[in-house]
Unconditional design. Sequence first.
Length: 174
Amino acid sequence: MLDTILDSPLSSWLQLDTDATDHIVISSRIRLARNFDGVLFTNRNDMSSLEKVNSFSRSLLKPLKDVDGHQYSNINLEQLSERDRAILEEKLPYRNLVVSDDASIVIMVNEEDHLRIQSMVSGLRLEVAYERVLKIDKAIEAKYPYAFDERFGYLTACPTNVGTGLRASVMLHL
């Protein structure tokens, strides 16, 4: 599956037809930053914690498939060739990706936060991307609780992400 993602100029989710008026908005993305409860944040570089998060991510493949029907793969970035790693711009230990078969869901593991869960869809469809990422987020949290504070919300490595941990964006053709 990784070869398909790296060698394809466009992911299959981006090739979907959208409304004729979506010629300016190419894609929509929702990203959630999440950290697991009771596990040191990635920036502490504690190998035991990094390995634990990596292990959690490997155990998510079946629960994620159960949620949305897509096949998920775990891609260990340390085992990639130099070329492939350079394409993905990832170089730290215990980093990996969990990717859906159509590459519309990508979960970056042990980045700035334990998880960066991204949902991408073609056109201006933020609601669709949000609904999909929410299903994935709930499935993960059901298995492994997140670091959450009643006052501050989801706890993240960067204060700008504390709260919902949500970022929404669109790619435009200008």
